[in-house]
Ligand binder design. Structure first.
Ligand SMILES: [Zn+2]
Length: 285
C-alpha cells in the first residue's frame, strides 16, 4: 500500500499551524499567521487578521488550495485568521460552534463551515481526519464560548476557547496526530498507532513534574509515535518573517520543557526534534 500511496508532506507555521498534503488533498490545522504582538494582546488592544501576513505565509508555505481547515480551539492564536485563509485558498472551515461564530463574523457562508464533535471522521481524498475532543492547557486565560458572530477587530479576550480538539490524519502511507494543547484526557488516545505526533508543549514548562509525566504518558506513550515534533513553543507575538524564538519567560519556561523532552526522549527511545517555521518534511519516507 505504501508503495502506491502519494508522498505526504507536512509544513509547520509556528504555534499549532500545520499543513498536511499528499499533493492531491490538502488540510491545514489553524492557519494562524497574523501573530499580533503579545504586548498588544496583554494591553487589551484589538487584534484583527493581517491580510498581507496571511497571503505571504500561504504563498511562502506553498498552500495554494485546501480541502479543509481544522481549528484546534477558538483563542485568537488558533482561530483568528482561519476565515481569511479559507476565503483565499478554499476548503471548509471545521471547528466548534465558537469557531463557526468567528467564521460568521468574517462573513463566511454556512456552506463553507462545519461544526465538529468528538469522534467525528471526515474523508478528503486519501486522508481521513478523526476528531478527538480534549482539554485546554491549564491556566486557560479566556475560557467559555463565543456565542454570536465575532467581527474583528476585537480584543483577544473575545476569542474564547469553545471546544478543544486534536486531529488524527490517517493516510495509506502513515498517520499523524496533531495535539495542539498541552493537556490530556486520560486514556483518550489509547490504542492509536501514530507515526508522527505533533505534541503541544505551550506552558508545559510551568507545570508540575507529576503533570508533565502524566502528559507524556497519555500522549506519547499512548500513541507510540516514531517521531515527536513539539508545537506551540514559539513566541506567537513575533512575525513569521523573523527568526523564531521560544515563548517569553513570563508565560512559559522553555528551558525546563527542553530538559524534560530530552530526558523523556532518552528514556523512551522516541526521537524528539523541532521543525522550523516553513520547514517541510516527508514524515513517512
Ligand atoms: Zn489557547
Amino acid at each position: 500500500m505504501a508503495v502506491t500511496a502519494r508522498c505526504v508532506r507536512s509544513t509547520f507555521f509556528g504555534t499549532s499551524s500545520v499543513h498536511v498534503t499528499d499533493g492531491v488533498s490538502g488540510i491545514l490545522v489553524d492557519g494562524f499567521f497574523t501573530r499580533p504582538s503579545l504586548l498588544r494582546v496583554a494591553l487589551g488592544r484589538p487584534v484583527a487578521p493581517d491580510l498581507r501576513r496571511i497571503s505571504d505565509a500561504l504563498s511562502r508555505g506553498g498552500v495554494e488550495r485546501l480541502d479543509a481547515l481544522f481549528v484546534a480551539h477558538s483563542h485568537h492564536d488558533h482561530v483568528m485568521d482561519s476565515p481569511e485563509v479559507v476565503r483565499r485558498v478554499g476548503g471548509v472551515l471545521h471547528g466548534s460552534e465558537s469557531t463557526v461564530n468567528v467564521g460568521r463574523g468574517a462573513g463566511l457562508g454556512e456552506h463553507s463551515m462545519r461544526r465538529i464533535s468528538d469522534g467525528d471522521r471526515y474523508v478528503f481524498g486519501d486522508f481521513t481526519v478523526r476528531v478527538f475532543e480534549g482539554a485546554h492547557s491549564p491556566g486557560d486565560r479566556y475560557p467559555g464560548s463565543i456565542d454570536g458572530p465575532l467581527v474583528p477587530p476585537a480584543k483577544a479576550s473575545a476569542y474564547r476557547t469553545g471546544g478543544c480538539y486534536s486531529f488524527l490524519f490517517e493516510h495509506p502511507s502513515g498517520t499523524i496526530l496533531v495535539h495542539p494543547s498541552a493537556n490530556f484526557v486520560p486514556d483518550k488516545f489509547d490504542g492509536l498507532d501514530v507515526d508522527l505526533l505533533y505534541l503541544g508543549i505551550g506552558a508545559l514548562g510551568a507545570q508540575s513534574a507529576r503533570f508533565q509525566d502524566d502528559y507524556w504518558h497519555h500522549t506519547v506513550e499512548a500513541t507510540r509515535p516514531d517521531l515527536v515534533i513539539p508545537v506551540h513553543w514559539d513566541d506567537f507575538g513575533r512575525s513569521l518573517d523573523k527568526k523564531p524564538r521560544p515563548m517569553p519567560r513570563l508565560l512559559d519556561n522553555f528551558a525546563k520543557t527542553r530538559e524534560l523532552l530530552d530526558r523523556k526522549s532518552t528514556e523512551s527511545g522516541v526521537p524528539v526534534r523541532f521543525q522550523q517555521p516553513y520547514e517541510t518534511i516527508t514524515p513517512f519516507s
